[in-house]
Design a protein around this ligand. Structure first.
Ligand SMILES: Cc1ncc(COP(=O)(O)O)c(C=O)c1O
Length: 451
């Protein structure tokens, strides 16, 4: 693989030695002993009683997509830092583990009776935090945002029609579209004064009669935009005028940074726009419950909702429901602190790039726990554009992903997976202990500063 990347093995090993030590010292790269103390409700607290997100929580060896999948891609052992898949590296809120432990005391796992507790939690969470009044009868529980959106596309977009995306946006939308047998149309955003902005002329020009739906990612993964009411209204109005139905994916809505405001699409002050939409959400990002398979969707328009529901079926698990109910009911304080910690980490990362890695472009983040980094200068210095095809990589960014692992141990997601506008970029997950982030940034700086 090293040879395939066109790297000199000797210089590669020299560089890797430094970061290997750093990784071991930071406890993130060692496999845990399964019988070790990590199975108790051990989340550490600071002396002031706050949750301690600094002490790294080792997820290696627990079949985690973020840490164990990249390790398989690089069997030589060069992988050290899982900065890709959008899950949190924090130990989950104690109320979740407690609720699960209580439920496993009852040793029977037949079908569940009702989802009322869950629906109650969803209504309260959205009402209290986001000032949105959701009628409990308009909520449909699903096993994930992903299968929910597939059902919506199957309902509104006939085979071969199109779904519009404002890009760069969540890579999973391309898989969702394939599953629903529709094509995607990208409208690339503009990068203006350090912020991604919708290219309104381009967006409207792509609202052709064969476009059946638009997916709005609110807030947007990976660019971190928290869309304003004005922006959402304009997207909604344009969609309505062109007979396009809006699918609003709000899975990142709880992660909003100080100074920004999440606007639920269903709260927009234009009833016709709202009635043309279905919203998909979950607290699986909020509380790191993605493996618990639980999400929901709702609409202010009962006809739209019923149409989606006809193509939808949710198979939930008892433990998933228990975990989600506990998070809604008792997790708010843990989340407040986790969100504040991530806010601080974004500032830490922004300063680090500005002061220490000036040859990588940083975009100020408004929400989500992702950051979208511009590596085009570095990629051009190492000849990623010329080399990726000869090395059978899918794109220059996939070549660069591997280059980065070999040079620094850090695994990030290639920008090209996020649609038009992703070239030259990589997505980095920031939801880790700041001790780990420091190691990652130091390793990154050492790898890219002098290319
Ligand atoms: C914007 C967005 N939508 C949906 C998903 C996947 O949601 P789920 O796991 O509920 O299917 C993700 C996961 O990263 C995401 O970032």
């Amino acid at each position: 693989m090293v040879e395939k990347l066109g790297l000199d093995r000797r210089s590669f090993m020299k560089g890797a030695g430094v970061t290997a030590l750093a990784g071991a010292a930071g406890t993130v790269a060692t496999a845990p002993n399964r019988a070790s103390a990590q199975n108790s409700i051990s989340i550490p607290l600071h002396s002031n009683g706050n949750y301690d997100f600094d002490t790294p929580y080792n997820r290696v060896g627990q079949n985690t997509s973020r840490w164990d999948s990249p390790a398989k891609l690089y069997p030589e052992g060069v992988f050290k830092y899982g900065m890709g898949v959008a899950t949190l590296d924090f130990e989950c809120a104690p109320c979740i583990t407690e609720a699960l432990q209580e439920r496993v005391q009852h040793h029977s796992w037949g079908y569940m009776s009702s989802q009322d507790g869950l629906i109650d939690g969803i209504v309260k969470w959205n009402g209290e935090r986001h000032k949105i009044d959701i009628d409990p009868n308009s909520i449909i529980i699903s096993a994930g945002v992903y299968p929910g959106i597939i059902a919506a596309l199957r309902s509104f977009a006939r085979r071969g029609s199109k779904v519009l995306l404002s890009t760069p946006t969540y890579s999973g939308f391309y898989g969702i579209a394939r599953n629903a047998h529709v094509e995607t149309v990208d409208s690339q955003m503009r990068y203006i004064n350090g912020r991604y902005e919708i290219n309104w002329e381009d967006l409207e020009s792509k609202m052709t009669p064969d476009v059946a739906a638009m997916i709005v990612c609110n807030p947007n993964n990976p660019t971190g935009n928290v869309w304003t009411e004005e922006e959402l209204l304009r997207m909604g109005r344009l969609s309505l005028d062109h007979g396009i139905m809006v699918i609003s994916d709000e899975i990142h809505s709880d992660f909003v940074r100080a100074g920004h405001q999440y606007t639920p699409f269903a709260n927009l002050p234009d009833q016709a726009v709202v009635n043309n939409s279905v919203t998909f959400n979950a607290i699986s990002k909020t509380f790191n419950l993605a493996g618990m398979k639980n999400a929901y969707f709702y609409s202010k328009n009962p006809i739209l909702l019923e149409r989606v529901n006809q193509n939808h079926r949710a198979d939930l698990t008892t433990l998933g429901v228990v975990a989600n109910e506990a998070a809604y009911a008792e997790g708010a304080e843990w989340f407040e602190q986790a969100n504040a910690y991530i806010d601080g980490s974004h500032t830490f990362i922004e300063n680090y790039f500005r002061n220490n890695i000036p040859n990588v472009g940083y975009t100020h983040n408004e929400g989500t726990f992702m950051t979208f980094l511009d590596f085009s200068d570095v990629m051009s210095s190492i000849g990623a554009e010329e080399r990726y095809m000869e090395n059978d990589h899918q794109s220059p960014e996939h070549y660069f992903r591997d280059w980065l692992v070999y040079e620094s141990g850090i695994y990030m997601n290639p920008g090209s997976s996020f649609g038009e506008g992703g070239a030259g970029h990589m997505r980095m997950n920031t939801a880790s202990s700041r001790i780990v982030l420091q190691e990652v940034l130091d390793s990154l700086a050492a790898a890219v500063r002098n290319v």
